[in-house]
Design a protein around this ligand. Structure first.
Ligand code: UDP
Length: 477
């Protein structure tokens, strides 16, 4: 068991010059300055980025791009994934739920869990510590990596711990998870949170920073796509019925051509007709994403939704190695679907998307988000919710719960629609119906959504935030 340093293929260098078409002249000049400063700060150091998985979920999604742009700027940035045995993941998944304010599986976070956590952390740090040199910068992501902080700091590295999750209103679950992690994270040179409300009062305020996540406008997930390609990709994967797929092409991160060839695994009575109004949620299979609520809310409002169909899509559960609960959640949603009336069932489709080629998966998600008339993100808790920014960037009308970072992205009624109470399925259905029937409203929301992402949630802003932090934590010698 040891850590994995991803090879160059997994993290191709990306040129920051690619942002030029999206930014104002002043924004673009600031970005080039930040890239130059990063080169200066890190010219004789390695930037290590450590997390638990290279695919599935928002963190992996962001790291591929951020590290690519760092490398493209001339920084020696390396992506490391730690090894996570099942018993360790059970503990960190518990921590994940608790930090969001939920009980998760309800299990303890006591001495036995700490022993597992520390044993695995020690094995992982042993695989890394000799490669990290004094002065290097290490960015550790989320609860899975917190146990690595003390030893890497002792090694002489500048250690930043970045947490992507948090609770709007901290409760006992949150406090319990923080207590568990504090012995490790208290040693970090800086701790980074996705929103000010997520900052831990237990950590000295002068070591806490806020950096909002972002999307890469040019990745296979978000790159522009012609409507004909959208249809071709969705038909070739089986997500839409009818027609002969013509050209399911997309551009890979390294700009070489790719083609969507694999099929999704679908739980449905018949394929989604190509021309119906479409509602979609794309998320990991996780209770906090509330796929059950999406299905229940949709079928509850079925007679007010015209002939709309719903696709709830998520990754192939076998592929997301740091998510032990995915298979159970998918099974429960499937059972819910099986229990629907034939009419309801015919309008709801569950899809697991192939993950063998992450860029192909991204192109499928891109196409699905673009084809959806309404993108839903009915989460019960959310660190940020990249799926929301992704859909907003595609000028989609998004209906999402007012939780976590979603409320930083959507201004209710202007750049999307917020649902206050995740359990209020009646209001969910009513808001969905309004959106389905009012194309003008959808278009206005979508246009404002794209501008909001352009202003605040593109990778260019994110890169500059990181460089500003590096300047403080690891000043140029
Ligand atoms: N995602 C994906 N394929 C899937 C399901 C999700 O690529 O089948 C991506 C999604 O597009 C987004 C990320 O996983 O980029 C999820 O990030 P988010 O912040 O929404 O939630 P998280 O999974 O981190 O809780």
């Amino acid at each position: 068991m040891t850590v994995t340093v991803l090879d160059d293929l997994a993290v191709p260098p990306l040129a920051v010059e690619r942002f030029e078409p999206f930014l104002s002249a002043a924004q673009y000049a600031d970005l080039l300055d930040a890239a130059a400063l990063a080169r200066l700060i890190l010219h004789d150091r390695v930037l290590w980025c450590v997390n638990s998985t290279a695919r599935g979920g928002g963190v992996a999604e962001m790291l591929g791009s951020l590290l690519g742009y760092a490398r493209g700027s001339g920084v020696d940035a390396r992506w490391v994934t730690i090894d996570c045995p099942a018993e360790f993941l059970a503990v960190t998944k518990r921590l994940h739920h608790r930090l969001h304010g939920f009980p998760g599986d309800g299990g303890p976070l006591g001495e036995a869990e700490r022993a597992i956590y520390e044993e695995v952390s020690a094995e992982n740090v042993a695989g890394l510590v000799d490669r990290v040199r004094p002065g290097d910068v290490v960015l550790l992501h989320d609860p899975q990596t917190a146990g690595l902080v003390p030893e890497l700091k002792a090694r002489g590295a500048a250690v930043i711990w970045r947490l992507h999750i948090g609770a709007d209103v901290p409760n006992d679950h949150v406090v319990g998870a923080r207590d568990f992690l504090m012995p490790y994270v208290r040693h970090a040179h800086a701790c980074v949170f996705s929103r000010a409300q997520f900052i831990w009062p237990e950590i000295d305020a002068d070591r806490c920073r806020v950096v909002a996540p972002s999307i890469d406008a040019l990745s296979p997930k978000n790159q522009p796509m012609e409507p004909a390609t959208v249809t071709a990709i969705l038909q070739s994967t089986g997500l839409l019925g009818d027609g002969l797929p013509v050209d399911s092409a997309f551009l890979r991160r390294d700009r070489s051509p790719g083609r969507v060839e694999r099929r999704a695994w679908l739980i449905e009575d018949a394929p989604t007709p190509p021309d119906v109004p479409l509602v979609a949620q794309v998320s990991r299979w996780d209770d906090l994403k509330d796929p059950m609520g999406v299905v229940s809310g949709f079928v509850g409002a079925l007679h007010d939704l015209g002939d709309a169909h719903l696709i709830v899509a998520g990754p192939d559960v076998a592929a997301v190695t740091d998510d032990p609960e995915g298979a159970r959640v998918l099974r429960e949603v499937t059972e819910l679907w099986q229990g629907l009336s034939p009419e309801q069932r015919s309008r709801v489709h569950l899809a697991t998307l192939p993950m063998d080629d992450p860029e192909e998966n991204a192109a499928i998600v891109n196409a699905l988000q673009r084809r959806a008339d309404v993108v839903v993100q009915k989460s019960r808790a959310e660190g940020f919710g990249l799926t929301v920014a992704e859909a907003m960037w595609k000028s989609r009308a998004v209906l999402a719960t007012r939780v976590g970072g979603i409320q930083d992205q959507i201004v209710d009624g202007l750049s999307g629609v917020l649902l206050d109470d995740p359990d209020d399925l009646e209001t969910f259905g009513r808001k969905l119906s309004l959106l389905i029937y009012d194309g003008g409203y959808r278009a206005r929301l979508g246009a404002a959504a794209r501008e909001r992402v352009r202003d605040q949630f593109l990778e260019s802003r994110h890169l500059q935030d990181w460089v500003a932090l590096l300047r403080e934590v690891a000043p140029a010698g």
